[in-house]
Ligand binder design. Structure first.
Ligand code: PNS
Length: 170
């Protein structure tokens, strides 16, 4: 059984992530989507909230599960029995960071492979951060994040400032 781990912050999950996860399930028998708990970061959503949104979003995909991990990704992946880490690459701007991570992970555990899938064209500009900005200013997130995710984002991010001239919220 070939198992892969698909790691990330997923704060929150986007259709870009879901595309990579779904394509990874075609390459491996099982994919474990894993939220990294990073005490140095202040995410918008708690680990539990992010996990709930992920689980809702992957409910229709048969050979995938979701969880979270603390500490080193390669150690988590090895403990799961994974042979590979799957990551999405959007643009060349992702490359340097991902290259560094992949080489560090290779140094830590040479037997663990990192597999990169190129993001689809329509998701190559998409990130959780960009969607957060969009929601802050009441932009349309259709086709970018699942509806349930958008619903959870709105009350947390909406500033009420929708005046394109940038006036204060009334
Ligand atoms: O969605 P992101 O923020 O690009 O995901 C980055 C993530 C979670 C994959 C990365 O930060 C990670 O692997 N964190 C766990 C700690 C670790 O193993 N770091 C690499 C070796 S120092």
């Amino acid at each position: 059984m070939r198992l892969a781990v698909c790691p990330g912050s997923f704060d929150p999950v986007t259709y870009g992530h879901l595309d990579i996860i779904e394509r990874a399930t075609g390459l491996f028998d099982h994919v474990v989507v894993a939220i990294a708990v990073n005490p140095a970061k202040t995410p918008l959503f708690s680990t539990e909230e992010r996990l709930e949104m992920l689980r809702e979003s992957i409910a229709g995909i048969p050979n995938v599960s979701a969880t979270f991990f603390e500490g080193l990704l390669v150690e988590f992946a090895a403990a799961q029995g994974a042979t590979a880490i799957v990551k999405g690459l959007r643009a060349t701007t992702d490359f340097e960071y991902e290259f560094q991570m992949a080489l560090m992970n290779k140094r830590l555990r040479p037997e663990m492979e990192t597999v990169f899938l190129m993001a689809r064209n329509e998701f190559s500009y998409l990130s959780s951060s960009v969607v957060k900005d969009l929601v802050r200013f009441n932009g349309n997130t259709a086709g970018l994040v699942p509806p349930g995710v958008a619903e959870r984002m709105r009350p947390r991010l909406l500033t009420g400032q929708t005046d394109p001239r940038g006036g204060p919220a009334r």
